[in-house]
Design a protein around this ligand. Structure first.
Ligand SMILES: [Zn+2]
Length: 477
């Protein structure tokens, strides 16, 4: 929450004066179709990296480098502060974009950006306008405003920009890139500009993301499929057993039954619950979006708490036996289930495996898994860790004040239910992650007619200008 919601007239004027330049330069960048998922556009992704690198050189960054990966290149830029005890910030964004398909649904050409009037002001339409080139570019304006209005010749923080080129195609080489350059990326805090606010009427900051672990369960019974007339009723059926196991994953209150699963879960504070409850929530609209007729989940928690602050277990698939046309009277020899667990701070993906082992022991002991059925758990990937920046963290307070001043309003908090490359930043760099994002839910990211509200991009630039000064002024080393 913001105690000081007054803006700095000099910063606001600077940003306003740069409105047309922002549109012009950002549009030039948006014309480069840097689609990372399409190998035919690899040269465009490289051109996009070059465009940004040149722009950052002009912005004054003394160090600007293209960082190649085994895939597509990232851009790195560094501008140390003249102040010896300034905090160090890694700023993350990405310069690749989603494909434009389905192209026939665009009202404009996806890579010919266009400004048009809206009931709220003006919007810039084009692929990447908000995800994420617009949110990288507003930092160029924000940094210039910070320097011009403070009279500084270097930023108040040591600034290190990492702008990835593969985010929209899964960030396959991002963790490796961070590890390769780990020494140079040493920092006190990571600022991510690739997200949005809750809504026009609810300006918010994201404070965390969930992690995830996936597991496949195999239940094996008879060595081969059996005739259900000759053997049915006298041997255990692995499909029945696996179905019972899946039914045992949650208790009647919707709690996950893996022993110790909740041991490290950071409970929601009263204050966070109170703030989450103040986000405008329209259940009908939420359900329409979920294509569901009712909500369901862990007892004692609201929908937002369930998807953002509580861990879950979901069955993603369940199969076994004969599923083709007609009938086939067998007792199948095996059954399979794919499960995924969403994790919250401070759960560790590595803890799920032993918890699953204990759960399987428990199910054997109580008879849910009878003699004659062998159950094994398989993990293809190590999983992704969750992260959470506590509300009282000084960097989060700085972001909150910066957003509050730029938007002239109180700032609320959200989290993300999924996970992204931000998890790699938190894990590899071992620093707290805060989000400075100005996207809107109606920005149509990844969809035809993606747009950015110009007022929001300008507010983002303004917030960025405040953020560097605020972080430097309030940081205690
Ligand atoms: Zn993005």
């Amino acid at each position: 929450m913001s105690s000081d919601v007054t803006h700095d007239p000099a910063v606001r004027a600077f940003v306003a004066e740069h409105r047309s330049r922002l549109v012009e330069e950002l549009s030039a960048w948006l014309r480069i179709p840097s689609i990372s998922a399409d190998p035919e556009h690899a040269d465009d992704v490289a051109r996009s990296a070059d465009w940004l690198a040149q722009r950052l050189v002009r912005a004054g960054f003394p160090t600007v480098e293209i960082w190649p990966t085994e895939g597509l290149p990232a851009v790195y830029a560094e501008w140390p502060s003249d102040d010896a005890d300034a905090p160090t910030v890694v700023l993350y964004g990405h310069h690749d974009v989603q494909p434009a398909d389905p192209i026939e649904l665009w009202e404009t050409s996806p890579f010919e950006p266009l400004v048009r009037a809206t009931p709220y002001g003006e919007e810039l339409v084009g692929r990447g306008a908000i995800d994420d080139k617009g949110q990288v570019y507003f930092h160029v304006v924000g940094l210039a405003a910070h320097l011009a209005t403070t009279g500084r010749t270097s930023p108040a923080v040591n600034l290190k920009l990492v702008v990835e080129g593969e985010e929209e195609s899964g960030s396959a080489h991002f963790a490796q890139l961070l590890r390769d350059h780990r020494d140079r990326l040493d920092c006190d805090v990571v600022v991510v500009s690739d997200t949005g606010v809750y809504g026009r009427d609810a300006i918010s900051v994201c404070v965390g993301m969930r992690g995830m672990v996936e597991v496949q369960l195999e239940a094996r019974g008879p060595a081969g499929d059996l005739h259900s007339g000759s053997f049915g009723g006298a041997v255990p059926n692995p499909v029945t057993v696996l179905a019972r196991m899946v039914a045992r994953l949650h208790d009647a209150d919707g709690h996950v039954t893996l022993p110790g699963f909740y041991d490290r879960v950071v409970p929601l504070t009263d204050r966070e619950r109170e703030l989450l409850a103040r986000l405008p929530y329209d259940e009908e609209r939420w359900l329409a979006n979920a294509q569901s007729t009712a909500t369901y989940g862990e007892a004692g928690f609201t929908t937002f708490e369930r998807i953002w602050a509580r861990p879950t277990a979901e069955v993603n698939g369940l199969w076994g036996g004969y599923t083709g046309p007609g009938g086939k009277t067998i007792i199948p020899s095996e059954a399979h289930a794919k499960l995924s667990f969403r994790l919250v701070a401070d759960q560790d993906p590595a803890d799920v495996r032993p918890a699953m082992d204990r759960w399987l022991e428990l199910l054997r002991a109580e008879g849910t898994i009878p003699a004659g059925i062998e159950v094994t758990a398989h993990y293809e990937k190590p999983g992704v860790g969750p992260f959470l920046t506590p509300l009282d963290h000084p960097a989060l307070q700085s972001v909150t004040r910066a957003m509050g001043r730029a938007f002239g309003t109180e700032v609320l908090y959200t989290r993300e239910g999924g996970s992204g490359p931000q998890a790699a930043l938190a894990a590899v760099l071992g620093a707290p992650v805060v989000f400075l994002g100005v996207g809107l839910p109606d920005d149509r990211i990844h969809a035809p007619n993606e747009k950015a509200d110009l007022e929001f991009l300008l507010a983002g630039a303004e917030a960025a200008a405040y953020l560097w000064a605020d972080l430097a002024a309030t940081w205690e080393r």
